[in-house]
Ligand binder design. Structure first.
Ligand SMILES: Cc1cc2nc3c(=O)[nH]c(=O)nc-3n(C[C@H](O)[C@H](O)[C@H](O)COP(=O)(O)OP(=O)(O)OC[C@H]3O[C@@H](n4cnc5c(N)ncnc54)[C@H](O)[C@@H]3O)c2cc1C
Length: 444
């Protein structure tokens, strides 16, 4: 497999758009009742449900990628537990027949004119717009990473083109220093950078190299996990497994030739600490895509997150625009679990609105998010909480902060099935409707 920056960039929008079918080039304009930008986890749910309800020709979805990924599986792919094929489907098999797939990327949104311009030159207009284009990886923001990635033990689960290097390098590791990093800035699934550390530590034991290795987790933030209930359990896991946890250490540079990582210490000193590595799993810095970052303050904030009301996911200025998932400004932890529930709120309210049901009660989003922290190949701490209040919202009857085999089975085996069989068809709206059965006494 080829390496480095090209791997990540291959999945970026501009490149992806250029290799796609381009049947509509030449400025042909089309119009949709509902237009979605992105057919990832959030976008596909809205698209599937509304296309099904409104019928052919009413719903368009702008999506440049030929593949749809179930990204949460990449942690298990990276650990060598699941095959990559379990995490991917052809986009053509996922987008419903009643929706119109526009095979290009959005390059700008004109909210006043209600139009989106595409990489292929076309302009598409809408009555209602749902923005769900996720985040992009910014490799360049860690000096030396574009050159080092994919070589000599430098890998990342955060991209479909590099995730398979993780199990390769884990198996090649013969002992020494194994580092796992998490940036100081917002990312999707903030638990994923440490999950792979626990799974790797187990693999090193299985491979007989743990006794001559050090496993270290470096995080740019000041806590091992944002919610105390789960953080306490994670500290216990890290301590009993002899994993060194270094907080407020933000990876700023990698020197591939010297096999050395540099961390800025964010304790006010800004000291640079250098650390040799034999294996390093890097979580890159991320941001919303360029078209949002350059869209101007009316659509998005300075960082490019679409500014929405955190309960309705409706834009704060343009009430015919919604944003869901990783690219929205909703202040919760960015996960597929959150995107699923946000999509449910938006598609339900939007459908009522389109039908003119003025008296129907609007659904609201409570910040629900979930992060299954795999601690081994048969145990998981299943964090489920509101990112708005910090309170646990657990779906199951037992204490989910404890390492559990059942939690592992649910997230490693059951949820992926639900995702492919129900979610992508718009038929899964999160676990809350089952909670009276799965957690009848509402234990948290
Ligand atoms: C390694 C890893 C582990 C994870 N683990 C978990 C987990 O355990 N649990 C969990 O809940 N979440 C997890 N996540 C996070 C989860 O995958 C994301 O939060 C979720 O996919 C967000 O959904 P989304 O719809 O906002 O974006 P995405 O699913 O990323 O979809 C965005 C879509 O928009 C498209 N797009 C991009 N730019 C444009 C454009 N300009 N025009 C049109 N379309 C565009 C993309 O091609 C893509 O299809 C993990 C992610 C990773 C990478």
């Amino acid at each position: 497999m080829n390496t480095s920056r090209a791997l990540f960039k291959a999945s970026s929008i501009s490149k992806a758009a250029s290799i796609l079918d381009n049947p509509l080039a030449g400025g042909v304009s089309r119009s949709f009742k509902v237009l979605t930008i992105g057919a990832g986890t959030g976008g596909i749910s809205v698209t599937a449900t509304l296309a099904n309800k409104l019928g052919k020709g009413e719903v368009g979805v702008i999506e440049p990628s030929q593949e749809h990924y179930q990204q949460p599986l990449w942690t298990l792919v990276g650990a060598g537990i699941k095959p990559f094929s379990s995490s991917v489907r052809k986009m053509s098999d996922i987008i419903p027949e009643r929706a119109t797939w526009i095979k290009s990327g959005a390059v700008s949104v004109d909210p006043e004119a209600k139009r989106v311009t595409l990489a292929n030159g076309e302009t598409v207009s809408y009555e209602y717009l749902v923005i769900a284009s996720g985040l992009e990886n910014n490799l360049d923001q860690i000096s030396g990473l574009p050159q080092a990635l994919g070589k000599d033990g430098v890998c990342s689960n955060y991209d479909p083109n590099s995730v398979l290097l993780t199990p390769k390098f884990l198996n090649e590791f013969k002992g020494g220093e194994a580092l796992f990093t998490m940036p100081a800035s917002p990312i999707k699934c903030p638990g994923a950078p440490q999950k792979i550390a626990y799974l790797a530590e187990e693999k090193f034991r299985d491979n007989g190299v743990r006794d001559n290795s050090n496993v270290s987790y470096y995080s740019g933030i000041g806590k091992i996990f944002g919610i105390e209930k789960y953080a306490n359990s994670l500290w216990e896991v890290a301590n009993k497994r002899n994993i060194n946890v270094n907080l407020l250490h933000d990876l700023v540079a990698i020197d591939g030739a010297k096999k050395e990582a540099s961390f800025k210490v964010l304790d006010g000193s800004n000291e640079i600490v250098k650390k040799k590595y034999d294996f390093i799993h890097v979580t890159p810095k991320m941001s919303p895509h360029q078209y949002l970052r350059s869209s101007g303050k009316k659509l998005a904030n300075d960082a490019g997150y679409v500014t929405v009301d955190s309960q309705t996911m409706q834009h704060v200025v343009y009430n015919n625009i919604y944003a869901i998932g990783d690219c929205s400004s909703a202040p919760t932890s960015k996960t597929a679990a959150a995107a699923v529930v946000e999509a449910f709120v938006v598609k339900s309210n939007l459908y009522d609105r389109i039908l003119g049901r003025k008296n129907s009660s609007q659904l609201t989003y409570n910040g629900y998010t979930s992060c299954p922290l795999f601690t081994s190949k048969n145990s998981t701490i299943m964090a489920e909480f509101s990112g708005y209040t910090g309170s646990p919202i657990e779906s199951l009857f037992y204490n989910q902060a404890k390492e559990s085999k059942l939690s592992y089975w649910i997230v490693a085996d059951l949820v992926p099935e639900i995702y492919w069989k129900l979610h992508v068809k718009g038929l899964w709206n999160g676990p809350s409707e089952f909670k009276p059965l799965t957690n009848p006494f509402n234990n948290n």
